[in-house]
Unconditional design. Sequence first.
Length: 140
Amino acid sequence: MDKLRKLFSALVNPETISYLIFGILTTAINIGLCGLFVQVLHWNVVLSNILGWIASVTFAFVTNKLVVFRSTKVGLRLLLKETAAFFAARLVSLGIDTLGMWLWVDVCHGNFWVAKIAMNVIVIVLNYIFSKVFIFKHNK
């Protein structure tokens, strides 16, 4: 019972709840813009995915730094380090997201919306791990 309580505390706390809230908002930006570009403007899936990614990652960096992980340390060097690490980690998840979208939609002719939502679930989990373990770890 004590191990279950510790696991619950590790999974459900202010940090993970705020990450989830801002993750949902980031995902909404990503999916909304990507959907707009593909479904309304009829742009290429890969280009649309990348443009949605740029907007959503910029939003995510600001909210993760200031609200989720409360990285209040200042200084140009630290800001550059966090920004570079954040965008590098997000490039990895962009690659996974884009590859998954391409395989699911273009190669397998699957439903765009199902693919986009499924890939975003995978990306949210990976991004939390990257941020918690590698990017904002110095704040603890």
